[in-house]
Design a protein around this ligand. Structure first.
Ligand code: 8YV
Length: 320
């Protein structure tokens, strides 16, 4: 098979994908993750047909303006595309692809890990074990709160939100949700729709963020105050959706009883005051980080580039 064109990647290509990539493209790939400016420089040097990029390297309008005219497609190894100005790319004739579906289960699994870790005080118990289990907890010490049976409110009932709901049903958790639009009955199932987030918040013993980023701050001090006291807050979506100062205050006061967070305003180098609190369980944005899922994400991003360069219309083109 003849090669479809040249691509520049901003991230190393794993061994498992190397043969495929080499068969399909003339690929310029680095041995470390590149920054936006480095990718732009490499693209101008090699004049590729496509770019393979990842989260953590913004492609705003000012960056897109610096890309060579040779580029016809850009694929990100993420479902989220809040780091890309898709309209600006499209205006320059660049089609943008992402990786929907393939990371849904891994991210929903991580979401439950965050919930359980926060609710059951995993951080302090792991610390106790790391220290050789010198502290014997008394019968009424080190107690978390039960997850089973608590009411979960989900903001964002897309693929990942629905996968979280499926898992939460296994914990016999009644599901409430807020979404731009109400789901079809077969997708909604027993979940209860709230057109107004403000109306839903007071009922959420667990609040779960599962919506895309790029739409400003959703969780403000006012909205945290609407939760029932002691609610558990879980975010595996985007840190930009949360006023972290307000969350810190709510965690300190006990208004939010515990938080499980995989995403932060600043990544890496997050606000470590969040970790100084006992009632948080934090992970470094590993929602999709399984061998199976990350491989599938890279494959899907590459499939998008292949499809566009072959003159087709792959299903993972982002339409804005
Ligand atoms: C990242 C994510 O892609 O897909 C997304 O939008 O946030 C994650 O799956 C992943 O962490 C690689 O940076």
């Amino acid at each position: 098979m003849s090669k479809l064109g040249r691509i520049v990647a901003s991230l190393p290509i794993p061994h498992v994908l190397r043969d495929r990539v080499d068969a399909q493209f003339d690929c310029i790939a680095p041995d470390r993750h590149l920054k936006t400016d480095e990718v732009i420089a490499l693209a101008n040097q090699h004049q590729p047909d496509g770019l393979l990029i990842s989260l953590g390297m913004p492609m705003r309008a000012e960056h897109i303006a610096q890309l060579p005219a040779s580029i016809r497609v850009m694929a990100t190894t993420s479902v989220g595309y809040d780091h890309i100005d898709v309209a600006a790319a499209n205006a320059r004739g660049i089609i943008v692809c992402n990786t929907p579906d393939v990371l849904t289960d891994a991210t929903a699994d991580t979401h439950m890990l965050l919930l359980l870790g926060a609710a059951r005080r995993a951080k302090e118990h792991v610390r106790n074990m790391d220290g050789g289990w010198k502290i014997r907890n008394g019968f009424f010490q080190g107690l978390g709160v039960e997850v089973t049976g608590k009411t979960m409110g989900i903001v964002g009932m897309g693929r990942i939100g629905r996968a979280v709901a499926d898992r939460a049903r296994g914990f016999r958790m009644p599901i409430l949700y807020h979404n731009r639009t109400r789901l079809r009955a077969d997708r909604e199932g027993d979940a209860r729709y709230f057109a107004s987030l403000e109306d839903m918040l007071p009922l959420c013993q667990v609040l779960s963020l599962n919506l895309p980023g790029g739409q400003g701050v959703l969780m403000t001090a006012e909205r945290f105050a609407l939760l029932p006291r002691g609610a558990i807050f879980v975010n595996s979506a985007r840190g930009s959706l949360v006023d972290e100062g307000a969350l810190l205050e709510a965690l300190k006061s006990g208004q939010v009883g515990a938080a499980g967070l995989d995403v932060f305003q600043k990544e890496p180098g997050y606000d470590t005051r969040l970790n100084e609190l006992e009632n948080t369980f934090l992970l470094p944005h590993i929602g999709s980080a399984t061998v199976e899922t990350r491989t599938a994400m890279a494959e899907l991003a590459l499939d998008g580039i292949v499809g566009v360069l072959a003159g087709q219309s792959p299903s993972n083109i982002i339409k804005v």
